[in-house]
Each structure stands twice: as structure tokens, then as C-alpha cells.
Design a protein around this ligand. Structure first.
Ligand SMILES: [Zn+2]
Length: 340
């Protein structure tokens, strides 16, 4: 994955201990500090559930196994974002209730007890940040280990973020070659949905929703505090356009955008560094403008003629980006000072 880096050192185990799964803890009451559960449902399978496209696609694919949903507080939602966590928790609980599944919640400081800035510097040669490129998959999976022992879970699904078509071109800590090799206490980890692209997953979600008449409420935003979808960041726009490409209205999937959000999509995306990632946008544009079933919303025609290979440097985009950067800094300071 990172041939340009040297991975030295050794891991030596002082002693090896065997733990058989206990499997006698129903999903009720706390198992340990930082972990809580709701619902009386017992299951041999579990799904790490963030509420996004990947997680929903895995949920739909494995509904017949009735996996319990496991959501981490401290991964994308900060531990201090109480309001955001309540919404995320409620979203998982609602989803679990809708499908008659159990749910578990883990509060974790695994992103803050490390010095992420120093680690980013340490792995700079990889071209990735520590969280995405090194920590995310196995870091998230590790939280389930004591639960698997207590609950006797045999299968833990973690939804794939990258897919087979990338052929290893997109390095990510959560990868089939890593997640899929993890075992503990009689529990196997399945890196799920690797064979599907993100657009495939959106299509399957839309097809499922239409066929079953079930509303699907996605939570995709990693920017907004409050646990909702801002409809103004790269991830929200990407998901909205993916839904448009399948002929669906994002409002029916939890992305309550306004006409203004769409009309401002060009300037917002052109000032977001993630937009220049050739990983998603060229394929998404092709799908949006070639699928006969797609609905191209008013104000999105710019995407068809946009050169996605070059970062635009026109003054208005640069200035707009600068103002957004200052705005974000001021909002963060206001949040820290408790000013709303
Ligand atoms: Zn967003």
C-alpha cells in the first residue's frame, strides 16, 4: 500500500492467552465503561454502522442475518459534540427499530488520546493523513473486541469505503487486505461490499427503497456539527448528485437541500480541496449525464462542462475560499467560547 515508506521494527508478544467467547450477555445494560446497548435482540452478526451510504448498503445486503448495529461516538462526531451525538444515536436507534435490530454505542477517545498532528507528520511520505491512511479501519474494529467476547458474535461487518475496481490505487486504512484478516474471540471480520462502487451502492439503496416502500435516511456529512447533513460540503454534494444520477430526490434520503444549495454547488465545490479528488467526481459526472433515468437538477449543468482535472485559480474562487476559511475559524472560536 505504501511502497515509498519503510516499516521497520518488530512486535513481540510476551504471552499468548486464549479467550473463548462468553456469549451470555444479552444486548441490554452496559458491558463495560464507555459501552451501552439497547434492544433485547440477540444476534450472531453485527454491523459497524455510521449511517452513510456504505453502511446502509451493507445493512440492506445482510438484513436477513439481523445484525446488531454498532455506532461509535468519537469517530466522526467529537466527544464534546453532545447535540450531534444525540442525533446520531437517535438515527441509529430509529434505523434499528425500523428493522427490528439491536443497537450498541461505544464512547471512545481513540482519535484524541493520540497526537494526530505528530502522527500525520510521521506518515507524510504516504500522501495520506494518519486517520484515513493508517488508523481508521482497524482502529474502529478494535472497539468491538470485548463486545464480541461478551455477546458471542461470530461475524462483524465493516462496510468498505474503497472498492475492487480501484485495484489498490486508493490507499485507505480500512481495506479488504487488512480488515478481512482480523479475527478475535471466535469472531470474523468481513470487509463488506468491496465488489461495489459507491455509485453501485447508491443504486442498490434506491432500488431497495423503491421496492420495499421503506424510507432511507442517510447520514453522510462529516463537516456539520449537530449530526445532520449540511448539504453544502463535498460529501453532501457528492451523495446528492449520486442520488440525482439514479433518478432519486436526495430530500427523500435525508439530504434536505435548498435550490440555493444547488445553484451554489459550483462555487462551493470549486473551493473545496476534496472536489479535485479524481477518485469520485469524473465517474459521477459521467453517470449523472449519461444515465437516462438521472435527474439533473437546475443549477447543476456546470458540472458537465467542468474540467475536473485542474484546480481552478480564478480570483473569485480563491477569494471565496479565503472567506470560507476565515468563517470556519471564527465559528470554531465561537464554539469554543460557547457563543451560538
Ligand atoms: Zn455536509
Amino acid at each position: 500500500m505504501y511502497p515509498q515508506m519503510r516499516f521497520g521494527g518488530r512486535i513481540e508478544c510476551a504471552s499468548v492467552e486464549k479467550h473463548r467467547p462468553r456469549g451470555d450477555s444479552p444486548a441490554s445494560g452496559p458491558l463495560a465503561a464507555g459501552c451501552e446497548a439497547s434492544g433485547r435482540h440477540r444476534s450472531r452478526a453485527a454491523l459497524l454502522f455510521s449511517g452513510g451510504v456504505d453502511a446502509f448498503a451493507s445493512l440492506i445486503a445482510h438484513l436477513d442475518e439481523r445484525p446488531e448495529l454498532v455506532t461509535l461516538h468519537g469517530a466522526d462526531i467529537g466527544l464534546s459534540d453532545t447535540e450531534g451525538w444525540e442525533r446520531v444515536r437517535s438515527h441509529t436507534e430509529q434505523t434499528a427499530r425500523r428493522y427490528g435490530l439491536g443497537s450498541r454505542f461505544v464512547h471512545t477517545n481513540f482519535r484524541t488520546f493520540i497526537d494526530e498532528r505528530a502522527l500525520n507528520a510521521l506518515v507524510r511520505d504516504s500522501g495520506e493523513k494518519y486517520w484515513y491512511g493508517f488508523q481508521s479501519g482497524i482502529g474502529i474494529i478494535g472497539h468491538y473486541t470485548p463486545i464480541a467476547w461478551a455477546a458471542g458474535t461470530e461475524l462483524l461487518y465493516i462496510a468498505s469505503s474503497v472498492n475492487a475496481a480501484d485495484n489498490g490505487s486508493e490507499p485507505c486504512a480500512s481495506d479488504l487486505t487488512i480488515d478481512g484478516q482480523v479475527r478475535f474471540c471466535g469472531c470474523r471480520v468481513i470487509h463488506d461490499g468491496y465488489e461495489f462502487t459507491r455509485q453501485d451502492k447508491v443504486r442498490r439503496i434506491v432500488e431497495y427503497s423503491r421496492a420495499s416502500g421503506t424510507a432511507v435516511n442517510l447520514r453522510v456529512c462529516w463537516i456539520s456539527t449537530g449530526g445532520g447533513n449540511c448539504c453544502r460540503c463535498e460529501k453532501c454534494y457528492r451523495t446528492m448528485f449520486e442520488l440525482f444520477a439514479e433518478g432519486a430526490d436526495p430530500r427523500d434520503y435525508g439530504l434536505r437541500y435548498t435550490k440555493r444549495d444547488i445553484s451554489r454547488s459550483e462555487i462551493r465545490l470549486r473551493t473545496d480541496r476534496a472536489f479535485y479528488d479524481p477518485y469520485y467526481w469524473p465517474g459521477l459526472r459521467d453517470c449523472l449525464f449519461s444515465n437516462p433515468a438521472a435527474v439533473v437538477p437546475e443549477g447543476a449543468a456546470w458540472l458537465e462542462r467542468c474540467d475536473l482535472t485542474r484546480r481552478p485559480k480564478t480570483p473569485r474562487f480563491v477569494l471565496y475560499g479565503l472567506f470560507r476559511h476565515i468563517g470556519r475559524k471564527l465559528r470554531r472560536i465561537a464554539q469554543r467560547l460557547g457563543i451560538r
